[in-house]
Design a protein around this ligand. Structure first.
Ligand code: SAH
Length: 323
């Protein structure tokens, strides 16, 4: 999954109508603006320290552009650090954020100053691990080649010891997912927040696990596709287990808020007021703005499945939108 996604993102810009999928910042400027204002509000109440803006997997840089514009209006103009592996998307980001600094992974983000970090639809793209309950107990689910196609196969090593006790007797065929790569990054982020100060906002589609279920999926041209066919040509994801991410952060003493549904969070932090202001400024676009707000917040679209988790440094104020 890691290898296939590295090739996938390295060879294309997958975002937008002509690509494979559309993300919240590409739907409306309101999304990035509200993320930026959320960070700026927290930063202001923390005493306006000299801070760094960082983003994991910034795509086309749209969220960063919108967030930084909103931050500037609030008096916050941080240096920009982007974690991005794709050369194609780095080039797109460089066009819009020429003064940014790029990183291959979050491990080289600057130490020392408070971090204001954003990750939207980043963790779902990291490799997931699956265990499957067989007649003989739990095994890792591996990928094999049967001569003509990639197929999922059960490994030979018993894995029962790492399955939560309450799930060990699940039906044969049951699948349990985890995301060690995501947990490792969140653990490192939490350590940095504890040391450096700041906050991280992580937004993705997901659930609070552990739970039985297979969420490994591929998307191509805005439709679900077979994840085992032509790896590297389609977007591979797994839903994010926010309880597991929170657990990875909890060991470091940071404050954890959420995960809450994206729709409720955006409504609480003022997407209604922002939509009204935009519609007043551009009455001809009022219907389009209202439709974008609905798409971002309604339960049937992105409002409920997408969730928002905030990690806040010890001693920093309570963030908006989670009460
Ligand atoms: N946040 C953007 C893009 C989401 S797509 C948006 O909301 O529109 C996922 C992003 O993560 C892309 O920029 C992709 O190139 C990047 N990415 C995927 N796997 C990565 C990895 N292992 N390390 C760094 N970036 C990665």
């Amino acid at each position: 999954m890691g290898l296939a996604n590295a090739h996938y993102y390295a060879t294309r810009d997958p975002l937008g109508a002509a690509g494979d999928f559309v993300t919240a910042p590409e739907i409306s400027q309101m999304f990035g603006e509200l993320v930026g204002l959320w960070l700026a509000d927290l930063w202001a109440r923390a005493g306006r320290p000299s801070a760094i803006y960082a983003e994991l997997g910034p795509g086309r840089g749209t969220l960063a552009i919108d967030a930084l514009r909103a931050m500037r209006a609030a008096g916050l103009t941080p240096p920009v650090h982007l974690v991005e592996t794709s050369p194609v998307l780095r080039a797109a980001q460089r066009q819009r954020l020429p003064d940014a600094t790029w990183h291959d992974d979050s491990g080289t983000l600057p130490e020392g100053a408070p971090l204001l970090l954003v990750a939207n639809e980043f963790f779902d793209a990291l490799p997931a691990r699956q265990l499957i309950r067989t007649g003989e107990g739990w095994r890792e689910r591996l990928v094999g080649w049967n001569g003509t196609a990639f197929v999922p196969v059960a490994g030979e090593v018993p894995m029962d010891a790492i399955v939560p006790e309450g799930l060990r007797d699940a039906e044969p065929g049951s699948i349990l997912e985890s995301a060690p790569a995501a947990a490792a990054i969140v653990g490192d982020l939490a350590r940095r927040l504890a040391e450096q100060g700041g906050a991280a906002i992580l937004i993705d589609y997901g659930y609070d696990g552990p739970a039985i279920g297979d969420t490994f999926q591929a998307v191509r041209s805005h439709a679900f596709a077979d994840p085992f066919i032509e790896p590297g040509t389609r977007d591979l994801t797994a839903h994010v287990d926010f309880a597991a991410l929170a657990a990875a952060a909890r060991t470091e003493g940071v404050q954890i808020f959420g995960a809450v549904p994206q729709g409720a969070w955006l409504e609480r932090i003022g997407i209604g007021a922002r939509a009204d202001a935009l519609a007043r400024a551009a009455p001809a676009r009022a219907a389009e703005i209202a439709a974008a707000r609905t798409r971002l917040t309604a339960p049937g679209t992105m409002g409920q499945l997408f969730r928002v988790l905030a990690l806040v440094a010890p001693g920093w104020p309570v963030p908006e939108g989670f009460a």
